[in-house]
Design a protein around this ligand. Sequence first.
Ligand code: NAP
Length: 257
Amino acid sequence: MRRSAPGTLDRMNNALALVTGANKGIGKEIARQLAAAGHTVYVGSRDAARGKEAVADIGGDARLLVLDVTDAASIAAAVAQIPALDILVNNAGISVSERKEVTDEDLDTFRRIYETNVFGVVAVTNAFLPTLRRSAHPRIVNISSGTASLAASAGQAEGIIAFASSPTGALGAYRSSKTALNELTVLYANSLAADGFKVNVLAPGARRTDLMGPAALASPRAGDPAEGAAGAVRLALLPDDGPTGGFFSWDGTPVPW
Ligand code: NAP
């Protein structure tokens, strides 16, 4: 990533970015916005055909990178294809189709969701760290959720969880996986601060995507994925004096942990 003066976002160009799970939804929008801003974007997709279609749609210098974040061989193959990287956006994520209370959620659901949302992020991040360390301005953006806020879950931060007006135990596997991701973000930020990394986590807001299911498409609370993606792009292009170890909403405001 090259910039003419520190802190001037508008002059940043030619960054190399990888967005996991970028064949659709918020990830595709992140990739689209980075490519539109003139950056090279590796469009992570576990399915080559879906990824190829997304690359054609995104345009600019978008490139297909077949990457399943739960598959060690796939991660190793992806690392081998990328000689340099400035920005890693850990976007790939899954949830459940049926909203249950945590008391009714089965253990296999927890394992499946943690495999992608938590272990997948650790595996991909650690695998790409040597490549990112070669960047002059390395950035990592993790895509979390406002529903992961402990403060919101405990009823201490109203208005963050759009779907609940009072504390609830719903979506326990998904929400706790993202809470773990929040903590990992802080730990990575701490470990990598001296090396110039900015590591932050985003709550993209409720968005109309497949993850939210068909009901979300009709919900007035679910917004445009592009709006949430813009928050990730802001964190991906942070200047050297920008924050690290922070939890931010799509509009840039801090989210209570
Ligand atoms: P989405 O449309 O379902 O997209 C999820 C993406 O992740 C897809 O590209 C999917 O690929 C990919 N993915 C899933 N498992 C993967 C794996 N093992 N390896 C690689 N890629 C994988 O959902 P989205 O709403 O855009 O979600 C993006 C991120 O935003 C997630 O981390 C989600 O938790 C977070 N988020 C979303 C919302 C919302 O309202 N939509 C709110 C808060 C947070 P396939 O097409 O192959 O399945």
